[in-house]
Design a protein around this ligand. Sequence first.
Ligand SMILES: Cc1cc2nc3c(=O)[nH]c(=O)nc-3n(C[C@H](O)[C@H](O)[C@H](O)COP(=O)(O)OP(=O)(O)OC[C@H]3O[C@@H](n4cnc5c(N)ncnc54)[C@H](O)[C@@H]3O)c2cc1C
Length: 336
Amino acid sequence: MRAWPHKSPEHLHKLSKRSLESAQLSLEGSFAKHDSEEMALRLREIFQHYRPAISIEFFPPKSEDGDRALASKIEELRVFNPAFCSITYGAGGSTRERTLLWARRLRHQFGLETMCHLTCVGHSQMELRRILEQLRDDGIENVMALRGDPPRGVDNWQPHPDGFSHAIELVRLARSVGEFGIGVAGFPEVHPEATSPEDDLRHLKAKVDAGADVVVTQLFYDNADYWRFVDNARRVGINVPIVPGILPFRSVAQLEKFTTVYARTFRGPARVPEHLRRRLSNLEHDAQAVAKLGIDYATEQCRELLEKGAPGIHFYCLNESDAVSEILRNLQTTWR
Ligand SMILES: Cc1cc2nc3c(=O)[nH]c(=O)nc-3n(C[C@H](O)[C@H](O)[C@H](O)COP(=O)(O)OP(=O)(O)OC[C@H]3O[C@@H](n4cnc5c(N)ncnc54)[C@H](O)[C@@H]3O)c2cc1C
C-alpha cells in the first residue's frame, strides 16, 4: 500500500513537463499515447494500492477560454498526486463530446488516471454501447455509471424509449463492453426519488452485485450521515470502498444551492448541521470569512473521515483549484 502523496518527485517532474507541453495542443488535436499507458490503473487497483485515494472531479468547460483555465487548474492540483481524476457528463448537446475529449486529455495529455462519467439520459442502449466502446478504445479504464437527472425544466425521470431506466443497466452494459473499473453513485441522505432508505440501499447493493467496484457519495456536510450510510451499506453486504464526496462551499448562497438542489432528500433539503449553521451565522456579511470557513470546515470533515478509515476523498472542485489545494495542503501535514 502506498502512502499519500504517491509519486516520486522525478516522476512528477516528468509528468509536469509533459502536460505543460501538451496543454499547448488544441483540444481537437490528436492524442498521442504517452508512457502514461504503463500506469493505467482500474478503480479496484487504485483502492487496493492508494490509501487514501484522493480523487478530483472536473466538468468539461464550454469554451476555449474555459479549457485553458481548466488546464492550468489541473496543473495546480496535480502536484498533490491525485489517485485519479474524473470528468462529469452533461445533460446533453456538445458538452457530452467535450466530456469524452476531456477524458482523453486527462488520461493521455496529463497522464492522470481517469474516470469518465456517463449517464443514461437521452441515449439509446446502442449509443451507450458505442460510447463505452469508444472509451475502451481510447484507453479510458474507469467509468462512473449513472442514471442522470431529468433535463432542466422536466420534473420526472423519463428513460429514452430504447434506453435504460436505472444505472444498474449501464453497469451491466459497461461490464459487457470492457474491463472497466466501474464507479456508482451513493446517497448518504437517501436519493430524492427513493421509495425508502431501505429500497435505496437495496438498489445500491444491486449495482455493486452487477459489477461496480466503488461507490462515490453525493456531497454531505455532516460526517455522521456518511458513517451511518457506510454502516447500513456494510450491514446489507456492500463491501466495496465507499468514497465520501466533499464540496468545500465558497459562499452561503452556494451552500444553499448545493444542499437544496443537488443533495435534497425525499424529506427536504440536505442537512446543514446545526453546528455549521451556528458558525455561519456570525459571518453573514463577511464573504471572505465564509469562504475561509468553507475550507476549514471541509478540512475538518476530511481529516475526521480519513482518521476514521474512509478509503479516500472525492473532491467536487467545480473547476477551481484554490480551495481544494488549501485543503490538501492542510491534510498533507497529517497524511505524509
Ligand atoms: C459522485 C456523483 C457523480 C455524479 N455525476 C454526474 C454526472 O456526471 N452527470 C449527471 O448528469 N449526473 C451526475 N450525478 C447525479 C446522478 O446522475 C443523479 O443523482 C441521479 O438522480 C441518480 O443517479 P444514480 O446513478 O444514482 O441512479 P440509480 O442508481 O438508477 O438510482 C436512481 C433512483 O432510482 C432508484 N432505483 C435504482 N434502481 C432501481 C430499480 N431497479 N428499480 C426501482 N428503483 C430503482 C434509486 O433508489 C434512486 O432513487 C452524480 C452523482 C454523484 C453522487
